[in-house]
Ligand binder design. Sequence first.
Ligand SMILES: Nc1ncnc2c1ncn2[C@@H]1O[C@H](COP(=O)(O)OP(=O)(O)OP(=O)(O)O)[C@@H](O)[C@H]1O
Length: 356
Amino acid sequence: MTGPDRNPGVGGPHGQGVLEIDDLTIAYGDHTVIDGLSWRTGGAGALITAVLGPSGCGKSTLIRAVAGLERPAAGTVRFDGEDLAGIEVHRRDFGVVFQDGQLFGGRSVAANIAYGLKMRRWPRRRIADRVSELLDVVGLPGYEKRSVDTLSGGQAQRVALARALAPHPRLLLLDEPLAALDRRLRDELAVEISEIVRAAGVPTVVVTHDHAEAATMADVIAVMRDGAMVQVAQPSTLWTRPVDEWTARFLGATTVVDATLHDGVAETVLGDLRLDLPDGSRRLGLRPESVEVARTPDAVDVRSLATVVLVAELPSGPRVRIETVVGEIDAIATESVSIGDRVRLRLVPDRVAVIG
Ligand SMILES: Nc1ncnc2c1ncn2[C@@H]1O[C@H](COP(=O)(O)OP(=O)(O)OP(=O)(O)O)[C@@H](O)[C@H]1O
């Protein structure tokens, strides 16, 4: 389905927006990067999906295969039930934004945004209206005539997003769209892009290696490792129930301890905590936020005694490193502490990651 009239307005769903990948294999020469990956995403409650994984795990390769820029050695990619094999890149009706925007240098903002619309032979007047509508949407009203070479990194990514959204894509693919920007701008744009694509109602897959960015933008996060999906879940589930120790550590757990559960109490080497889980053995991943320390060592439980070895005053509050029975771990201080202080630690039940 092509043509200017098929979906008026800023955007809007064309179908269910379901992406289904079956047994996908992609290799560069004899280096198999994706080996039999099956994954389904999109549909109700999953407008924005993040693919989150460490550098080199194959995220870009996967998204490029969905876009039609990589040819799979085996397997299928379907969108809303349609097998995309044999459908050329520009006939897929997908919008793509890469890390560096890949704008057409030397041309105006308007010419860049209009590119896909001209290819689709939209009438000139309609193109001008759509360009100005999109510039409003991405917060750059009146930028039509500016050369893209004069834009800041954040502005360039906004224009790249406008260009991708202009022809009302069925699916938006964002490959590390914020990676080249500084932290503050990344946080800001992550929220903005998420709001823009939600308002446009365009199913979106965003690739990132930054879990805060994934959580800010996405309804569902797919964690990828070595060319395979290891866990697909809502952000809150990922933090509290990572599927294995690798995922727990990738998502920020710095310490993993064994726990023995009995009647809703988990016994660990660092003390006990209430966890509403069946009796048995579990492993718990601890992020700094999972461990709170307070100054007065009035606890009789020696397991929870620790010594402060480092204090960092972060904007979110004091972060400390403490020496415990399992070695040094990072924690949050609930009151002012100094290096050398004897403190007691408490494991915070809803901030602990229960592994598996
Ligand atoms: N065109 C190519 N030719 C050969 N090898 C490639 C090519 N593109 C990617 N690779 C290799 O495939 C593997 C996966 O790369 P890919 O870019 O998909 O990973 P990624 O998870 O997106 O990483 P990053 O976050 O660093 O971009 C890497 O080992 C990479 O070196």
